[in-house]
Ligand binder design. Sequence first.
Ligand code: PHE
Length: 343
Amino acid sequence: MKEKIEQILAEVKTFKAENKDALEQFRIAYLSKKGALTELFTEFKQVAPEMRKEMGMRLNELKNTIQTIVDEQQKQFETTGESKTDLDLTLPVDAMSGARHPLSVVREEINDIFRRLGFVIADGPEIEDDYHVFTALNFPLDHPARDMQDTFFISKNPNENKPTDVLLRTHTSSVQVRAMEANKMPIRIIAPGRVFRNEAISARAHCIFHQIEGLYIDKNVSFADLKQTLYHFVQEYFGEGTKVRFRPSYFPFTETSAEMDISCNICGGEGCNICKHTGWVEIMGCGICDPNILKASNIDPEEYTGFAFGMGVERIAMLKYQINDLRMFFENDLRFLKQFENA
Ligand code: PHE
């Protein structure tokens, strides 16, 4: 057996594949189920007990050597393969055909408005831990949002130590926490992203949707700044003269909290079925950052204050384009998508 191993080792060491096929043949000859190594591993079962340790080590070494040879030569084919392509990689992207998805269009338009105000785009993972989605945002341990009914869990910690549970984020507010942890003042971020909730799919709800989160923390930030920023956004996005109103609300991580409505852009406030004849439609939640969440990320609430807001991209798109069924965004029906070709 020892000789066989040595012999194979000598064979493979000088191997140099001329092309991808030759490399694949080589891999099959040695590493596949019917390959030389499988044979050796079968033989190994008969090796005398006092020789097992040594033979086992040699055999594993041989296997690793062959695997490394295959991996390294593979890499080389991947890179040289690319430069051999006859695609013209220098063609300008404008040559691309097709249309952007309405949600991308709306997201970019919203991002642009806030970019012009000095907000920068921030990002965070979709697969999050409980700490960033709930605990750091002041959600009590028994808050219903932490329930299986609302949240998709990936793994739950058996000893009930919730902050380490792994889950799909239910809101982009988790990016607030990540931005605060980075602790570079002032913070002025906008965080667009996908969120997930365990909801039945209907015309008004989906288990996947998109949010845009905003966070501004600096010295002397007040509710007046929040109102003015969002008022500006609404004028830019829905047109000058659109009215806004703030209603008191509750979120665990903001104090004061509010919900913001705009005058219905469909009927102009007269009353229609989109605004349920009230003349107003709700577009986002917002508020002043609770001092507790600043503290949790080591920001001194005596020195800094901030505001946050979060809106649903689908909701804004539905209002802007008068779409009455949220499922349209996910079905990719070309008759629907084509209407946004020039957006
Ligand atoms: N995260 C909240 C939600 O998903 C919205 C929100 C964001 C509220 C920021 C206040 C501040 O409902």
